[in-house]
Design a protein around this ligand. Structure first.
Ligand code: PRT
Ligand code: MG
Length: 209
């Protein structure tokens, strides 16, 4: 049995074509079904439906053999203990700094609100900017508006969320897409099945052009 960890929402939606091309269709619709373990049209493959940020943890401990997770989540988690064989090119966005549209250029010691504490620490340290990082779990956009932070680090896709809150994207930290990750022990123990799946995903990627 192969277990694949995926999150509901945008990653699942965009991962479906890859799964389906490999003959993997969930028997219940995860949008309406509350089951956390989904059997699929392939008897040897099941999906576990978890929070996006939990995917690396499940795969690291071998609770799932494979997973699909954003590069943002993988970097923040520290994914050295996982194989990351494939960039699926889905759920694309940019990790950026953003500030109030009228904010003066950043200077001196700054406060940064984000859920990406490690990535932000590394980014500002590299630039030689003294930054106090404030960990938030959501609604980062609010922080500059209420004086909690000078700047945020968050994902930007269309930019509409920032705009709606009078914020502006400033610096690009990195381009983000979702990756297939594999548990290292599973790669040895279930090599044939995993390599087959990888090949099928790669073929789908090639077909997409
Ligand atoms: O929602 P939950 O708390 O369960 O977890 P999550 O927010 O991590 O999951 P989900 O499904 O929302 O995001 C999963 C992954 O999708 C992320 O880890 C990214 O790799 C990827 N992704 C791609 C995005 C976006 N695009 C995105 N736009 N994740 C979040 N957003 C949010 C962003 O944080 C901001 O609030 O959308 C808003 C900005 O969008 P625009 O279009 O207004 O710029
Ligand atoms: Mg979300």
């Amino acid at each position: 049995m192969l277990t694949i960890a995926v999150s509901k929402g945008r990653i699942f939606e965009e991962a479906l074509p890859f799964l389906e091309a490999a003959g993997i269709t969930p028997i219940d619709d995860p949008k309406t079904c509350r089951k956390l373990i989904l059997r699929t049209t392939r008897e040897d493959v099941q999906l576990v439906i978890i929070r996006a940020t939990d995917v690396p943890t499940f795969v690291e401990y071998g609770a799932a053999d494979l997973g699909i997770a954003g590069k943002d989540v993988l970097l923040e988690h520290g994914a050295e203990s996982l194989y990351e064989p494939l960039d699926l090119g889905i759920a694309r966005c940019r990790l950026m700094t953003a500030e109030h549209k009228d904010a003066p250029p950043l200077s001196g010691r700054i406060r940064v609100a984000t859920k990406y504490v490690k990535i932000a620490q590394r980014y500002f340290a590299k630039k030689g900017i003294q930054a106090e990082i404030i960990k938030l779990y959501g609604s980062m956009e609010l922080a500059p508006l209420v004086g909690l932070a000078d700047c945020i680090v968050d994902l930007v896709e269309t930019g509409n969320t920032l705009k709606a809150n009078n914020l502006e994207p400033r610096e690009l930290i990195m381009h983000i897409s979702s990756r297939l990750v594999v548990n290292k022990a599973a790669m040895k123990m279930k090599n044939r099945a995993i390599v087959d799946l990888l090949n099928q995903f790669e073929a789908t990627l090639a077909n997409k052009g």
